[in-house]
Design a binder for this molecule. Structure first.
Ligand SMILES: [Zn+2]
Length: 262
């Protein structure tokens, strides 16, 4: 595994009590993950899943990455702290009781979908919809419940989807462009446009890429409703009920519906 700067950091390179990076401020992935887990995968103050890894005490003093001395802050709260407007005592208090862990779910993150068309790629299957007027279009329906849906309303394009784990627990809920995830997962990470939910090291439960303003790619996940499960892998979707695999299908619509499973 490599960190965001592309430098390989073997797990064994982590001494007890902290890690001094040979390149300075690069933080090894295992340490980042520990910080994410302890902080509820979001800014400890507001819960936003768009954050920076922050030393509670100044880097110039500590010069090592000790996960216990680090926290997650969104760009706004990071900037407030840097300017001295956010007291370190407030950061420490939030670090001891992170926003998302108190709520059990993340703070809602707004997705910026807009325009007249939407492409949903589910396990290599492409569903494209062109809107000619306001409408609600179910793209993936299970037993009458739309689990992936796009909506054109008052000129806005709104995306909704719900991804579950194997036990039927909701992991990811996008409701009209508002993204919320459960903090019960082992790891949740938003890197660039890609949200990844893991159940263990290298074990991805769900992975979605948000190509705003008009596309979404679902690489991994489970859509479930009323006992019916649709499993998504990178190159296919699998209908548990019937043992059927669907891959590389393509449809472009300006009405009607997408996949409908009963
Ligand atoms: Zn924040």
């Amino acid at each position: 595994m490599s960190d965001t700067c592309g430098i390989n950091m073997p797990h064994t390179a982590q001494p007890k009590g902290g890690f001094v990076s040979p390149k300075g401020r690069n933080i090894p992935e295992p340490i980042k993950r520990q910080i994410r887990q302890r902080c509820g995968f979001g800014c400890v103050i507001c819960g936003l899943p768009l954050y920076e890894y922050e030393h509670v005490r100044e880097w110039s003093i500590v010069k090592q990455h000790n996960p216990e001395d680090m926290t997650l802050l969104c760009p706004t709260h990071h900037a407030e702290k840097t300017r001295g407007l956010l007291p370190v005592s407030d950061v420490l208090a939030a670090n001891g009781s992170p926003h998302n862990l108190r709520l059990g779910i993340s703070e809602a993150f707004p997705l910026r979908y807009s325009g007249d068309s939407c492409l949903v790629n589910v396990g290599s299957n492409r569903l494209m919809h062109d809107f000619t007027r306001d409408a609600v279009i179910p793209l993936l329906t299970i037993r009458g419940c739309p689990v992936v849906r796009v909506k054109k309303q008052d000129g806005r394009l709104l995306l909704s989807l719900r991804i579950f784990d194997k036990e039927g627990n909701l992991l990811l809920d996008v409701n009209d462009n508002e993204l919320i995830f459960s903090v019960d997962s082992w790891d949740v990470e938003l890197v660039g446009r890609r949200l990844t939910i893991r159940e263990g090291l290298g074990a991805i439960l769900a992975q979605v890429e948000f190509y705003a303003p008009s596309a979404i790619v679902i690489n991994r996940g489970i859509f479930a409703y009323d006992g019916f499960q649709v499993r998504v892998a990178a190159d296919h979707i699998f209908l548990e009920q019937y043992g059927i695999r669907i891959s590389k299908s393509s449809a472009r619509m300006n009405g009607g519906a997408g996949f409908n499973f009963n």
